[in-house]
Design a protein around this ligand. Structure first.
Ligand code: G4P
Length: 533
């Protein structure tokens, strides 16, 4: 067993949240590079290409050249084992992306300095906020012209409602980019453009911030700006405070260029110190602490047919306490029986490797004969259940029916399986139960659904898009089906657990409803207790 997998190695489990093209793949690659998990950057991309050539993963992935399933990567750095949960971000943005965050202890928010806070970053940040997950910010692409650093921080503060505390500070930007100032170590890290396009670790000169040579190195004008900005930052009194960060009240901000490897290692070195260790989790028996001797874990994702030849499903578990050993027997809280956890695997990029042991903070994939659902708790010792993984408001809706009515049985069984996996949410219009209304977070999930029903269940379906934008679980005084019907807001439906949900056509109709029903709460998430259709 290698050192970084041992029980004594500290774990830091995190995810990167960003809008597509901010540089998540590039940063991931560079983190692996600095962790020594790969030697030349380019491997993550290369493995993407290789997978497309040889993949036994879903056909659609190959056709579209994208990754639909989120993977889990491990890398060691300075005595710590990092577990990085990859969050699908492009067209494959889905509820899985949100759920993955429930298994992370911390998030890195990656922002393109030219684009600022973008739509997906906002949505993912809200999920972190809901759980008070600490968020570290990395402002990327400093080698390109971008917005003024103060304006960028103001944008984060105004749009996301979290205070920024710069840990590093940029000196110049775009063609004038000279490096970053480390506010904790009081050093300036001077940028040198790599000649190999960032494939190997960056060369970097580190000089004390009061080094008299700096004025000459930076040039008079940039040096003066740097002095003024540092004075302004000091005056603002925003020093980094670990407790406030870990409580989700502030976000430390780092600056760099992932592509050029610049600022990545200083970031990683500080991130290692700041990122929280796996913490306690709420359960039906109170708090479960990582140091508790009994094993406990929860399922945050179920992926079917990763290997189509074997028609297997993999359930992804996040270990919360105790020790996992391959083949162990555990209580399955929802089923009320014991199950064996067999064929545990961990993932390096798309490679799977067998695992013998795992500890709190670790994530592993378990062969699933159909026993696991998202939100399931597994444990030894007294039976317990962790708080459910929430279900998030879909943003795309459609009605679905089989093309050939004689295939109805296969349609219902296939759909029920996919709903159980959490790929789509299922709603019923009272009185029209035969034609389900389905909701997804990312449009691509519909394509996946149609494809999988055809490919795995031999059912061709007709999908009719519906014009709704938001689902809200409505509760409180006056929240009845009758009250909300015929109001013109959208549609009144029941979710998988027969709870009342209103599907709104626009932000405007939602606002009107909120005004019309001041005693009703309109919730954009609901606890996840998946039921079959
Ligand atoms: P994503 O996973 O968040 O979608 O982003 P990805 O890493 O794929 O990066 C998106 C684009 O941004 C890529 O360019 C990447 O090279 C570029 N990029 C990432 N970090 C930096 C940076 O620090 N500076 C600059 N200038 N660019 C950066 P591309 O043209 O789409 O792909 P490629 O041809 O470079 O592979």
């Amino acid at each position: 067993m290698s050192d970084e997998t041992s029980a004594h190695t500290p774990r830091r489990t995190f995810a990167i949240i960003s809008h597509p093209d901010a540089g998540k793949t590039t940063l991931t690659e560079k983190l692996l590079l600095y962790g020594g998990a790969i030697h030349l950057a380019g491997s993550v991309r290369a493995s993407k290409a290789r997978r497309h050539a040889t993949s036994d993963w879903m056909e659609l992935e190959k056709q579209r050249g994208i990754s639909i399933t989120s993977s889990v990567l491990q890398f060691p750095y300075a005595g710590v084992r990092f577990n990085l949960l990859d969050t699908p971000g492009h067209q494959d943005f889905s509820e899985d992306t949100y759920r993955t965050l429930t298994a992370a202890d911390c998030a890195v928010m990656l922002i393109d300095v030219a684009k600022g806070v973008e739509a997906q970053t906002r949505k993912l940040f809200q999920v972190c906020r809901m759980r008070n997950t600490p968020v570290v910010t990395f402002m990327n692409k400093l080698d390109r012209p971008g917005q003024d650093p103060f304006d960028l921080m103001t944008e984060v503060e105004n749009l996301l409602g979290i205070r920024c505390v710069p840990v590093t500070w940029p000196i110049g930007m775009g063609p004038l980019f000279k490096g970053v100032y480390d506010r904790i170590d009081k050093t300036v890290l001077l940028f040198q453009r790599n000649t190999d396009h960032g494939a190997s670790v960056a060369n970097m000169d580190v000089v004390p911030a009061d080094d008299p040579r700096l004025a000459e190195i930076l040039g008079e004008s940039l040096w003066q700006t740097f002095q003024d900005e540092v004075a302004l930052l000091e005056g603002a009194g925003g020093d980094f405070d670990l407790e406030k960060f870990q409580a989700g009240e502030i976000t430390p901000v780092f600056w760099g260029s992932a592509m050029n490897n610049f600022g990545v290692e200083p970031f990683l070195a500080k991130f290692k110190e700041m990122a929280p260790a796996p913490g306690p989790r709420q359960s039906s028996r109170g708090q479960v602490k990582p140091a508790d001797p009994e094993f406990s874990a929860f399922v945050f994702k179920v992926q079917a047919n990763m290997d189509k030849a074997h028609r297997d499903r993999v359930a992804f578990l996040r270990v919360c306490s105790g020790k996992f050993t391959s083949g162990m027997w555990v209580h399955h809280a929802r089923l009320g029986k014991d199950v064996r956890l067999s064929r545990p695997q961990q993932f390096f990029a798309q490679e799977r490797t067998a695992v013998d042991e795992a500890y709190p903070g670790d994530v592993l994939g378990i062969f699933d004969p159909g026993t696991f659902r998202i939100g399931d708790t597994l444990c030894t010792g007294p039976m317990l259940a962790f708080d459910a993984v929430p279900r998030f408001s879909p943003e795309h809706f459609a009605r679905l029916r089989p093309k050939d009515p004689s295939r109805r049985k296969q349609f219902v069984s296939g759909l029920s399986q996919l709903v159980e996996e959490g790929t789509v949410q299922h709603f019923q219009v009272p009185g029209q139960e035969q034609i389900p209304v389905l909701g997804v977070v990312g449009q691509l999930q519909f394509e996946v659904l149609v494809h999988r029903l055809k490919d795995e269940y031999s059912v061709e379906v007709v999908l009719e898009p519906l014009p709704y934008q938001h689902a809200r679980w409505v509760r409180g005084e006056g929240a009845t089906l009758e009250a909300f019907s015929d109001r013109g807001y959208g549609a009144c439906v029941l979710d998988q657990d027969q709870r009342l949900v209103v599907l709104f056509k626009s932000d405007w109709s939602l606002q009107v409803a909120e005004r019309d029903f001041p005693k009703v709460t309109f919730e954009s998430t609901a606890p996840l207790e998946l039921a079959t259709v």
